[in-house]
Ligand binder design. Sequence first.
Ligand code: TRP
Length: 333
Amino acid sequence: MTKQIVVSGIRPTGNLHLGNYFGAVRSFLKMQEDYNCYFFIADIHSLTTHPTPVNLQSGVKQVLAEYLACGIDPEKSIIFIQSDVPEVSELYAFLNMNAYLGELERTTSFKEKARKNPENVNAGLLTYPVLMAADIIIHKAQFVPVGKDQEQNLEMARKFAGRFNRMYNCELFPLPQPFTFDGGDMIKVPGLDGSGKMGKSEGNGIFLVEDPKDIRKKVMRAVTDAGPLEPNSKKAEAVENLFTLLKIVSTPEVVSHFDAAYNDCSIRYGDLKKQLAEDIIAFTSPIRESILEILKDEAYLGKVARMGAERARESAQKTLNEVKDVIGFRRLF
Ligand code: TRP
């Protein structure tokens, strides 16, 4: 049986943190066993915020090395860089003709970005969902693993794919669905600042590539409260968050030890934080070492990128030829 197709893109902005790992990367590792996966670095999308050439280059290299270090396997998955597949930009141009100003302006992420940066409301920002749709449908993906914040963009991709099919009376594109594990094992990783989830822009993240001494510093500074006043009291959100992190990186014995200490009011948050820091470091250290190794091996990075580009282009060209045929670009003379 042919495997179903999964596409997911990652913008090359900032290092991967524990939230990215347990929220997304870990499910990519599972998916690559059973699906035909295309994982790419969305460098064209990142141009909306005008990175310098040097930052763009180092960002792309960094994410590529980080994904490889986490275990995304270039033999199993097709790992590529968006700008290496020009067919995507071509399909983007075609799709733009059937994407309407009104619907693009109504997109939540567009409104949000326009509000935050009123001096940089560029057309690329407006048509961001069209480029994202091109990324997805050019490989005829059935599934796209994305977080909540991308659901609307995915809905737009379905809209553009369906509109194309109807307009040209064909069934070229499947309608891509959000990918969710039946076990529901997408974990939300909390930050260290007392509330909310770990995020790049929240500045509350622990990076996979981070130095052990910086990890210790961050964890020791994490928000807590004054400690439980009576036995078996409910944990404040900040404390609950530390326990959630502990559950992710420590053994069940360690978790129940601190749970018991909390419940009989003997807990010392300093001890919990020390333990948490060491267990995070034990988890991230091998990944960190591997990231640093891979970053040094430019020949390997180049080989992976070229191999991925070649395989992604093969699939993209096939679809693009079909698209051109139905649009009426086939020369009859
Ligand atoms: N918009 C996505 C994000 O910011 C990145 C992205 C670009 C993407 N193209 C995609 C995700 C295609 C999934 C599929 O996270």
